[in-house]
Design a protein around this ligand. Structure first.
Ligand SMILES: Nc1ncnc2c1ncn2[C@@H]1O[C@H](COP(=O)(O)OP(=O)(O)O)[C@@H](O)[C@H]1O
Ligand code: SF4
Ligand SMILES: [Mg+2]
Length: 461
C-alpha cells in the first residue's frame, strides 16, 4: 500500500478545480462521444476557487439519542446516548479518521453527517458556497430547498455492508446511474456513458454495466458503491468501515483507489474505522470517540507519536506494530464498553482506564456496575436510595451482603483511585452508605497544535 495523505494537511498548495456554485445550475458535461478521463481533466473553476483547508463541514455539539421503549404501551424508559455532544470540523480535501471500539457511536455520527438521520440536538454546518465563513445559517437543518439540494449531492456515503446497500435486483448501470437520473444530470446514452466513465475510474468497465451485485466479489461491489458515491462529484464522502469486510489484499487495493480518487478529485473523507493501521495510512487528522464523545483529536502523526488520552493509547497498544515508541505504555483495554444508556459520570472512560485518578468521576453507578458483575450480591440488593449521583444508601436482603460489599469497596477488587475518591463508606445493619467526592465533567483541552484531549492528566497549567 502506498501512503496517501492529502496535500491540504501537508501544507502543500492543492489544485482547486471545482465550480463553486455548481448547483442548481448544472455543470457543463462532455458531449456524447467526447469522453474524457475525468481523473485527468478535472472541471474548471469559474466563480470562486474553493481552497483546500477551508472548513467544509462543521459538527457542533451534536447529539443523537435513541429512545428505549418498554412494556405493552411501549413507554419511553430511557435513551441510548449514541452520540452525546460531539464537535469537530472537516476541511476541504482532507481525510478525517474517526476511530473507536464497536458501539461507541461512529456509525450514528457518520449517518448524521451524511444527513441520513436527524440529530436530537446540535448542528451540522455545511459550506454550500455562500462565500462566507460557516455560521448558524449554514445549518443543514435550516437550509432552504436549493441549498439543501447542494448539501445532499455534495455529501455521499459508502457503507461497510455492500450487500445491504446495493439493491440485488438492480443492474450496475441502474445503481450507479440512479443519482444522475434523480438529479437530472443525464439520461439515455449520455447517462450510460457517464456510468462507464465512473466504472472506469474505480477500476471496472463497460463489461460490468449489465450485471447484478451478486455477480461481483466483495471488493468489486465496494468499487460499485464508490462509483455511485462519485456520480454527483461530491465534496465529501463518508466512508463507514469501507474495507472492514474485505480481505487484507483487497483492502489495500480499495484504500489505494480511495487515495487516488481523493488526489484527483479534491475530495474530503470522513473515514470511519476501528482499524488504526487504516487510519494511519489514510487520515490527515484523527478523531477518537468513546461512548458517544470525542476524547481526543489531532493530526494523525501527533496522535500516533504522542497520544494524550489513555483510551487512544490503549487502542494503539492493541496494535503494537504501529507503535514507534518502544517506551510507550502497553496498557491493553480491559472490560467491555459500558451501557450508553447509562454512561459513566465525569470521564466516561474511568471504569476501564488503567491510570484513573480520584477526580475522574467515581459515582454510585460504579458500585451498581460492580454488583451487576457479582450475581450473588446483586440478587441480594433490595434498593438504592440516591441523594445524588455520588451519594446513596444501598440496602440488601441481609447484613452479610452489605458487609461483603463494604469489604469489596475497601479491597483491591476496585481501583485504588475509586477507593481514594470515597469520602464516606459506612455499613449499618443491611444498609451501606457511600459517598464519593463530586467532580466536574472532563472537557477537551488543547495539548498542542490542533491537538485536544479530554483527560485530567497532562492538562496545561
Ligand atoms: N437505531 C438505533 N436504535 C437504538 N439504539 C441504536 C440505534 N443505532 C445504534 N444504536 C446504539 O447506539 C450505540 C452506538 O452505535 P453505533 O453508532 O452503531 O456504533 P459504532 O458504529 O461505533 O459501532 C450502540 O449502543 C447501538 O446499540
Ligand atoms: S480523565 Fe484521563 S485518567 Fe481519568 S479516567 Fe479519564 S482517561 Fe483516565
Ligand atoms: Mg459502526
Amino acid at each position: 500500500m502506498h501512503r496517501h495523505r492529502s496535500a491540504a494537511a501537508a501544507g502543500r498548495p492543492r489544485p482547486c478545480r471545482r465550480l463553486f456554485s455548481r448547483t442548481p445550475a448544472r455543470r457543463a458535461r462532455p458531449r456524447d462521444g467526447d469522453r474524457r478521463d475525468m481523473m485527468q481533466q478535472p472541471f474548471t473553476e469559474t466563480t470562486r476557487q474553493k481552497k483546500a483547508g477551508d472548513t467544509l463541514l462543521s459538527v457542533r455539539d451534536l447529539s443523537k439519542h435513541f429512545p428505549i421503549r418498554d412494556g405493552v404501551l411501549q413507554k419511553v424508559v430511557g435513551h441510548v446516548r449514541a452520540v452525546d455532544g460531539v464537535s469537530f470540523d472537516i476541511r476541504r480535501g482532507e481525510t478525517v479518521g474517526l476511530v473507536g471500539e464497536s458501539g461507541c457511536g461512529k456509525t450514528t455520527l457518520s449517518q448524521c453527517v451524511a444527513g441520513l438521520t436527524t440529530p436530537t440536538s446540535g448542528q451540522i454546518l455545511f459550506d454550500t458556497g455562500s462565500g462566507k465563513p460557516l455560521g448558524p445559517e449554514d445549518s443543514i437543518a435550516r437550509l432552504p430547498k436549493d441549498r439543501q439540494r447542494i448539501f445532499r449531492r455534495n455529501v455521499q456515503m459508502v457503507f461497510q455492508d455492500n450487500f445491504a446497500s446495493l439493491n440485488p435486483r438492480e443492474l450496475v448501470v441502474d445503481i450507479v446511474g440512479r443519482p444522475l437520473r434523480v438529479y437530472r444530470e443525464a439520461s439515455g446514452t449520455a447517462l450510460t456513458e457517464r456510468v462507464v466513465e465512473l466504472l472506469e475510474q474505480v477500476g471496472l468497465g463497460r463489461q460490468h454495466l449489465y450485471r447484478y451485485p451478486h455477480q461481483f466479489s466483495g471488493g468489486q461491489r465496494q468499487r460499485i458503491s464508490i462509483a455511485r458515491a462519485l456520480a454527483l462529484d461530491p465534496d465529501l464522502i463518508v466512508l463507514d468501515e469501507p474495507t472492514s469486510a474485505l480481505d487484507v489484499s483487497v483492502q489495500a487495493q480499495i484504500l489505494n483507489l480511495l487515495g487516488d480518487l481523493q488526489h484527483h478529485r479534491h475530495l474530503a473523507y470522513l473515514f470511519v474505522t476501528h482499524d488504526l493501521s487504516v487510519v494511519r495510512h489514510m487520515a490527515d487528522r484523527t478523531v477518537t470517540m468513546y461512548l458517544g464523545r470525542v476524547v481526543e483529536e489531532g493530526p494523525t502523526e501527533t496522535i500516533f507519536r504522542e497520544a494524550a488520552h489513555p483510551y487512544t493509547r490503549a487502542l494503539l497498544a492493541a496494535k503494537p506494530d504501529l507503535d514507534d515508541d518502544p517506551e510507550a505504555p502497553l496498557a491493553m483495554l480491559e472490560g467491555t464498553i459500558p451501557d450508553p444508556a447509562r454512561p459513566p459520570k465525569g470521564c466516561r472512560f474511568h471504569t476501564r482506564c488503567p491510570v484513573s485518578t480520584p477526580v475522574c468521576g467515581w459515582e454510585v453507578d460504579d458500585i451498581v456496575r460492580l454488583l451487576e458483575a457479582d450475581e450473588g450480591l446483586f440478587q441480594s440488593l433490595s434498593g438504592v436510595e440516591r441523594r445524588s449521583d455520588v451519594d446513596a444508601d444501598l440496602t440488601f436482603a441481609d447484613e452479610a451482603s452489605a458487609l461483603a460489599l463494604w469489604e469489596a469497596l475497601r479491597s483491591d477488587r476496585v481501583p485504588g483511585a475509586m477507593r481514594e475518591a470515597t469520602e464516606q463508606l459506612k455499613v449499618e445493619g443491611r444498609s451501606l452508605r457511600v459517598r464519593f467526592s463530586e467532580v466536574d465533567e472532563v472537557h477537551l483541552t488543547p495539548r498542542g497544535e490542533g491537538h485536544r484531549a479530554a483527560c485530567v492528566l497532562g492538562q496545561p497549567e
